[in-house]
Design a protein around this ligand. Sequence first.
Ligand SMILES: *Cc1c(COP(=O)(O)O)cnc(C)c1O
Length: 369
Amino acid sequence: MTVSFLDVGASYRELREQIDAAYARVMSSGRYVGGEEVEAFEREFAAFCGTRQAIGVGNGLDALTIALRARGIGAGDEVIVPAHTFIATWLAVARAGATIVPVDADPQTLLIDVQAVGDAVTPRTAAIIPVHLYGAPVDMDAVATIAAQRGILLLGDAAQAHGARLGARDVGALGDVAAFSFYPAKNAGAFGDAGALTTDDSSLAARARGLRNYGASAPYRFAEPGLNSRLDPLQAAFLRVKLAALSRWNERRRAIAHTYRTQLRAVPDLILPPAAPPGTQPVWHLFCVRHHRRDGLADHLARSGVATQIHYPQPPHRSEAFADLGFAPGSFPVTEAAADTLLSLPIGPHLDDAAVQAVVEAVQTFATA
Ligand SMILES: *Cc1c(COP(=O)(O)O)cnc(C)c1O
């Protein structure tokens, strides 16, 4: 038996009739940018997240960039980001022209170390971007306490956490604004690139709507230099279908994570992701274990037919892209150790029980091999 890392085509096979109907609806509408399909998705996604507004954009990186720019954040401003994240979180700050201020990860959760966020705040801090990495919500109330007393923008990077909850609140409703990616492999994935912002702040929302459309304030009137980053109506129509399946799919991810967590508990030297704190509901975008012989484990799994990935093998501060920032090796030790030991096991809404069991057995036999 072979187990692929993620079968992104499975969602189309499951929902083919509705997706094909959505395609036909958009194609025959004659409206290929903006319009009713985009507006309907924005209403439905805002309702899903429990926010007043959702603004569809071209992708997750643009959602983050636009959120910063919608508050006028740019040159001279500092933005606190996790050292341990996908590079897009950092790129958004760079594109806004602001200064990246990285903070190391908490060694248990690998989420941003909230204590260290407080220590990193200066009079120039304009925003904090906690990332709900792997689908696990950051304790945003603790970060909000730091942000609120200084008027700092709290922007959640929810690209991996569609549907995750902190108490009764969806991650889209935490902080001042949240940014989502609908990259195909995400929990709610389009069939191409797409993204969105969610917020209750109507002035931030209005500026974001302008920024995604060249910075327009009215037809052919431009308030500021914006982007062209609009949510495609085809992707909006597909996402409306996917959104209706999302909670059920997240439930399946939670069941798989539960199986991994119980059946791999006794494997020697294997560090499992920690249980979610009471009241938080993660959505397991990824299931990342740690092992000091990570490459050996990955090889063993590959020989057993189980595909794995690493999220992420190179922290942004060690990438060539950010070499000019001058962070030496050892700057963020928790993040760097994670990069050397992390391994992501297959997880997804269409992974069946036999495949999950094959993964479990392959990991267990590494322990005895
Ligand atoms: C995927 C992702 C992004 C970027 O989203 P794109 O749609 O690919 O631009 C940003 N942040 C995180 C944490 C992500 O996983």
